[in-house]
Design a protein around this ligand. Structure first.
Ligand SMILES: [Zn+2]
Ligand SMILES: [Zn+2]
Length: 243
């Protein structure tokens, strides 16, 4: 069973800790090292590794320091290229002949299956993470979801970033430009697209115990509306990971 701890979840920084028995995994490294150390109770050595979705600094800020501290950080070839020197010594996720990412193991405990996401980054990915008895979906910074053949999700961590009507209001009031809004619409997940994922995968979602909503925008979204809408759609306990 995987226990999820959200350390930070917004465009200011992203970092999550997964705990499974005596095993721990970090998702994203978008905080200063000091904050990550505090969150893992100064026991970086207990981490089996850190998975990175893409190169943007709100997900990767302390990659170089984590690698330097001896933590195995996993990322795609494209992310490693984008991070350049910062990614020196990183573990690279590989694709098979069919162009899909190969599943890989971390130690004997974790199995990771990366999948391509839709974001304005070099080679962004999400993950299906399994320990011996749980299956967790992690998808952030993606404006839509790919099709899945997974039969059952135990837990779901998915981005729910904005409400289109809120974005329209902000364009009208001059708060953001239509160019900024266009970027948002093609890089982050609206509540509507998030609900669409739950509808399209209703069977696999029906086994899910808990849903975590990630990377919400305070200005363009509303945590209460997100939570109520996803709870209504799925009937599952929903936790909005606030910044
Ligand atoms: Zn982000
Ligand atoms: Zn990003």
């Amino acid at each position: 069973m995987i226990e999820v701890e959200a350390i930070a979840s917004s465009s200011n920084g992203n970092c999550y800790r997964l705990i499974s028995g005596t095993h721990e995994l970090l998702l994203e490294a978008g905080l200063p090292l000091k904050a990550i150390k505090e969150a893992v109770k100064f026991q970086l050595g207990r981490l089996d590794g850190c998975l990175l979705s893409h190169e943007h600094s709100d997900h990767s800020a302390s990659v170089a320091q984590l690698l330097h501290a001896g933590v195995d950080v996993y990322m795609t070839t494209g992310t490693a290229k984008a991070l350049s020197e910062q990614a020196k010594g990183a573990c690279v996720m590989l694709k098979g002949d069919d162009d899909a990412y190969r599943a890989f193991s971390i130690g004997k405990h974790w199995t990771i299956k990366p999948f391509a996401t839709y974001h304005d980054a070099n080679e962004p990915v999400g993950f299906i993470i399994s320990d011996r008895d749980d299956v967790l979906l992690f998808a952030t910074d993606t404006y839509m979801m790919p099709p899945f053949s997974v039969k059952a999700f135990g837990q779901i961590m998915i981005e729910c970033n904005y409400l289109p009507e809120r974005v329209d209001e902000r364009i009208a009031s001059g708060d953001i430009s239509s160019k900024q809004a266009a970027r948002l619409l093609h890089s982050h997940m609206s509540l509507g697209m998030c609900l669409d994922f739950f509808r399209r995968n209703a069977k696999a979602v029906s086994y899910c115990r808990k849903i975590f909503l990630l990377h919400g925008s305070r200005a363009n979204g509303d945590a209460r509306i997100f939570k109520e809408a996803v709870q209504r759609e799925t009937g599952k306990p929903v936790i909005v990971c606030t910044p």
